[in-house]
Design a protein around this ligand. Sequence first.
Ligand code: NAP
Length: 477
Amino acid sequence: MTTLKVGDFVWAKMTGYPYWPGKIVEEDKDVKKPKGKSEMHYVRFYGTGDHAWTKVELIKPYEENKETFSVANKRPNFIDAVKEIEHASERRGKGIPDTSSEEEESEDENGSDDEPLSKHAKITSKKAEKTTKSTPKRRKQPKKQNYPSREQRFSSDTPDIKLPSSRRSPDTTADADSTTQYIPREVMATDKKIGFIGLGIMGSSMARNLVETGHDVTVWNRTQDKCTSVIKAGAKQGSSPADVVQQCDIIFSCVADPNAVRDIVIGNYGVLQGMSSGKGFVDMSTIDVDTVKEIAEAICMRGGRYLEAPVNGSKKEAEHGQLVILAAGDRSLYMDCYSSFEAMGKKTFFLGELGNGAKNKMIMSMMMGSFMASISESLSLAEKAGLDQYTLLEILNMGALSCPLVKSKGAAVLEGHFPANFPLRHMQKDLRLGLQIGEELEQPLHIAGASNELYKRSKAMGYGDRDMACVYRAVNA
Ligand code: NAP
């Protein structure tokens, strides 16, 4: 067996990926070597800038295995990685030091350890200009969107509302956040003053869409930096949840979980302190029925009105005002939210008594979480069975299981790219809350229960802030 050392060019394999060109490098003191008896080397991967402790049995000398491994994968990013190692090897042959991994290292500083192909794309697109001008680059094609009409967007359960003549909302292409494309919507904004508390992944885009459609919006977020882009778009800054409530007629919130909702409502300078007769509080977070009822009672005791309105859809739908809104509770408040829901969603349901929004949301989330866990297991099994995961996903996407979840999360898994659209910790929370409903109703939930364990494990592995698709890492651990 060849003894490998720092500086050697190699083929190395991380679980879930094919053999990939890399170089054995000095270990990074900040990256702990996994426990266990296996001998390992610290490998930096070409193209991706990723690095990992890798078992010696999964590392092969580069030159000797070039013929076997370089033809095994035809994906453009793999081909680019091979070009990079070839370039480095050629330079070494001429006595020029290999600097490619150092460049990758500096790109790595702000990144995470699990984004090989995205980073790869970033790095290789730069390098491709230098070294491989002929490498074709993929371009995103603009998608045609079929948005429902305004009438279709409000639940059929809604009594006849005479729709005001539409007016085009302000130009939404002038965008403070250049990565987000806001789509012009036709909404007749209410003249009521709107508040928005909680500007995370979802809330920031929801508030932004309210502003972009002409609503008068005041925002607050615990971490103030996150207010900047919405303020730039035209919102006002509130100094606390209580201040937002005092300044506004209808206040929306979208925060992490039941504790966060309690903090913003019952906590110091919370919603309750600003609440008075006739004002409306609409919570769009995903929380459990007991918390919904507790908060509703507290708001009503102050003379306010309460509506729960959790949402279906993720980051992209929030950005594009295409959420599905699951409202329940005070019907008069629901009617007052007409233009706001129009700005944020493609369809709003009024589901009747309080708690029905939360239950619907949790049941759907539970289904999605279990399906994602199943996709992860299947892709992992495919790899162990020696199948090409990309081909499997392609086949899957041509059949009855083809759907946005399989497409987007499947690609995320194979590319090891998990930027949070739906943070994994929120999915685990939804599963936990869904299981609670099953517990109360004595409904066995075997699949959701097993899935919950996987998400818990992923959270314990440190992936809580990554996308829910990162549950694959727990399946594969
Ligand atoms: P996120 O990006 O993690 O944002 C969470 C928000 O809650 C942030 O504004 C955060 O403030 C705030 N927050 C957390 N703890 C708080 C506390 N103790 N006091 C005050 N504010 C607190 O989450 P998200 O993805 O936007 O999700 C928000 C809600 O929507 C969750 O209930 C989630 O389950 C639900 N949801 C999410 C998705 C999705 O795809 N992301 C889809 C459907 C439903 P800081 O900025 O200060 O941390």
